[in-house]
Design a binder for this molecule. Structure first.
Ligand SMILES: [Zn+2]
Length: 175
């Protein structure tokens, strides 16, 4: 008999299949607008796994990568994480940069940002306001949609999702 870890061998009660090896952390390596700016602007830009500084039509835009977690109803699974980009204003980005190597940076008050990644939902996710919670050194910020946001992503963050839904989301992003 095959060996399985956790309870991943359980038949899904939605589609009656077995969901194996469902991705738990997904997202693009750059903000969506990285690809829409002029190639000349991209030459002037800075992109690391955590930060993007992007000249755009004579202005400078600031992005940071964070984790938007969706709790999954099966405890063995843990959380499903969207690794997404958030646009910050210049003052907020300066605060982030200032606190980047501060061991107490998790004590920073949350910042306001706007989602800069389109995720596979019916309604657009770009531009949704999120609060950006800086965490300890080595951890990317945690992103929280505001309570009362009328969007299925906000509902899923609040209420959690089934493993079936995690498999579906992972499949949609892969296409
Ligand atoms: Zn299923």
């Amino acid at each position: 008999m095959a060996q399985f870890t956790g309870s991943s061998h359980l038949e899904c009660n939605v589609c009656h299949k077995v969901h194996r090896n469902v991705a738990k952390l997904l997202g693009p390596k750059a903000p969506d607008d990285w690809m829409t700016v002029h190639p000349g602007e991209r030459l002037e830009a800075e992109l690391t796994p955590d930060i993007c500084i992007l000249p755009c039509n004579g202005q400078t835009r600031h992005f940071i990568r964070g984790h938007l977690q969706l709790p999954v109803d099966e405890s063995d699974f843990g959380t499903f994480v969207w690794s997404v980009w958030v646009e910050l204003d210049e003052a907020s980005m300066a605060q982030v940069a200032h606190a980047w190597n501060d061991p107490n940076r998790a004590a920073m008050p949350p910042l306001l940002g706007l989602l800069a990644t389109e995720l596979p939902y019916e309604q657009s996710t770009k531009g949704l306001p999120v609060s950006v919670h800086t965490r300890d050194l080595g951890q990317v910020p945690l992103l929280m949609l505001y309570p009362g946001t009328q969007h299925s992503l906000a509902c899923e963050q609040r209420d959690g999702i089934a493993v079936h839904r995690a498999a579906e989301l992972a499949g949609r992003l892969g296409r």
